[in-house]
Design a protein around this ligand. Structure first.
Ligand SMILES: *Cc1c(COP(=O)(O)O)cnc(C)c1O
Length: 220
């Protein structure tokens, strides 16, 4: 099937409350334009440099999401335009995002990345760290960020029950934290699910999925 056929098929399967982030990392500009021209304008990239390069070339009404790990010294490059950062995993990073957002006179929406997988290599906060961060005084001082939810990645495994239970654990945590309300915390987005596991993620309460290879084919 073609890229656009894949895109239409996935969109037709999605419940109306689930937002699709088309993950465009490593894909060339013409393929992004193909997706754009058929009306989908929400893209996700995992590297700052590639995100900035594509932002500069492509139409300005695209909503750009950073889904990969972010270093504090690179925040300034995306602060003028990024619409959601999925991968916030420390107070220090939030403080830098706040500072750069203020310079650009904007509020930058952020998700806390929560560690739910078994693999040691995955970034993120554990539940307790996230809970503490959400009620901390330091967070309340940040006027130019807004935490709008959580992101999590399940273990890369064939064990579907394991994947499902990891997603379920994050959904339970999300539901428990939803009552935390500050001017800069409003937990509405739950970003879980990629090509291999988005169906399970949606069953377990995801309302934001990040899908690349099921649309574009396997990355080279
Ligand atoms: C690459 C990536 C995805 C998309 O992966 P696919 O398997 O291509 O759908 C989703 N989330 C993050 C954080 C990624 O880096």
């Amino acid at each position: 099937m073609s890229i656009l056929e894949n895109l239409h098929k996935i969109k037709s399967l999605l419940p109306s409350n689930v937002k699709l982030i088309v993950v465009t990392k490593t894909q060339p500009i013409d393929k992004l334009m193909g997706v754009y021209n058929c009306g989908h304008k929400i893209f996700g990239e995992n590297k700052v440099q590639e995100l900035v390069d594509k932002y500069e070339i492509l139409p300005k009404d695209i909503e750009w999401h950073l889904i990969g790990h972010l270093q504090t010294n690179k925040v300034k490059f995306i602060a003028p335009f990024v619409s959601l950062i999925h991968s916030v995993d420390s107070l220090k990073l939030l403080q830098e995002i706040n500072k750069q957002a203020e310079k650009n006179q904007r509020i930058i929406n952020c998700l806390l990345q929560i560690y739910i997988a078994e693999e040691e290599t995955k970034f993120g906060l554990n539940f307790q760290e996230a809970e503490e961060l959400l009620v901390s005084e330091e967070l309340k001082a940040l006027k130019n960020i807004k935490i709008t939810g959580f992101m999590g990645m399940a273990t890369n495994t064939e064990h579907t029950r394991k994947i499902s239970s990891e997603f379920e654990s994050l959904k339970l945590f999300f539901d428990r934290q939803k009552n935390v309300q500050h001017f800069n915390v409003n937990l509405v987005n739950l970003s879980m699910g990629m090509s291999s596991d988005y169906i399970s993620a949606i069953k377990n309460g995801s309302n934001m999925i990040r899908v690349g290879s099921s649309i574009f084919g396997e990355r080279a």
